[in-house]
Design a protein around this ligand. Structure first.
Ligand SMILES: [Zn+2]
Ligand SMILES: [Zn+2]
Length: 272
């Protein structure tokens, strides 16, 4: 059986532990993983965050992409007989920047074995705002701007639907990262429970996931205490995944060695 971590970061990440990617790969080997995707945050458009130092806190810079892919090639050479390493990226779906994203993927498609599309930002105060940065930022950029958590929630899921219909021009792998990321601060800003648990609300969204051929992610970072503890897949979402045969793959979203392989047993329990 393939034991696959589909979502990990690297030594290029400025908001990670700063540990060498090789140490993370070695830990995955020790834990019996047979496939390992390296999926660093892909560069944001310059116009989105003009200051390169600030942009670089979140993602690779465009000037680092070639070095990043060479780094993965090196790791493949060193570890390739012990674990299958996939060369990937985690790409932000940024509403309004679609052309940038399509062109970026087209430019690097030969370097990529794998790709995760993630939604971290939705329209809010002053433009696109993060749904997962800090509770204060969430409050400032989204909650206070829209005036109700219900509106924030529905804007998020509308944006998910736009993303699910997008053709990103990459056919090797179609995977959405942490589809329920909007729930990250749900302990702090509780959603109206009827929405969160309304199975009917998710039917349309998950039939779109299925008909457009996306796979989803069990995101181990979402299991971490203090967040919502459900890997960003709530009961109604899991219900439709099962019913519609949507594949859920394990992703540790490791930003250092500590998280590699975490909650894999929970993943097996949930999906087995
Ligand atoms: Zn990150
Ligand atoms: Zn990630």
């Amino acid at each position: 059986m393939v034991k696959w971590d589909t979502h990990t970061h690297s030594q290029f990440c400025k908001h990670g532990s700063g540990e060498e990617t090789a140490l993370m790969v070695e830990k995955a080997i020790d834990l019996g993983f047979t496939r390992y995707s390296i999926s660093e945050h892909a560069p944001l458009p310059e116009s989105f965050i003009p200051d390169p130092a600030r942009r670089s806190e979140f993602t690779l810079l465009s000037s680092e992409v070639d070095d990043y892919f060479s780094h993965i090639k090196e790791l493949k050479k060193i570890y390739g007989n012990r674990i299958e390493i996939l060369s990937g990226l985690e790409i932000d779906y940024l509403s309004g920047f679609e052309q940038y994203t399509f062109e970026f993927i087209k430019t690097y498609q030969n370097d990529l074995d794998d790709l995760i599309i993630s939604l971290h930002c939705i329209d809010g105060k002053g433009g696109l705002r993060s749904v997962d940065y800090t509770p204060d930022d969430f409050k400032d950029g989204l909650l206070n701007y829209y005036g109700s958590i219900n509106t924030v929630y529905s804007i998020y899921w509308e944006t998910v639907k736009k993303m699910l219909d997008m053709d990103f021009g990459f056919s090797k792998m179609k995977r959405i990262g942490h589809i329920g990321l909007i729930n990250k601060f749900s302990n702090k800003f509780p959603w109206v429970s009827e929405w969160m648990n309304d199975v009917g609300f998710f039917e349309n969204i998950f039939s779109q996931v299925q008909s457009n051929g996306w796979t989803l992610e069990f995101n181990a970072a979402g299991m971490t205490k203090g967040y919502n503890g459900n890997a960003y897949l709530t009961e109604p979402m899991l219900y439709w995944c099962k019913k519609m045969n949507i594949d859920i793959l394990y992703g540790s979203d490791s930003h250092g060695t500590e998280m590699v392989g975490m909650y894999y047993d929970n993943y097996l329990e949930l999906t087995g």
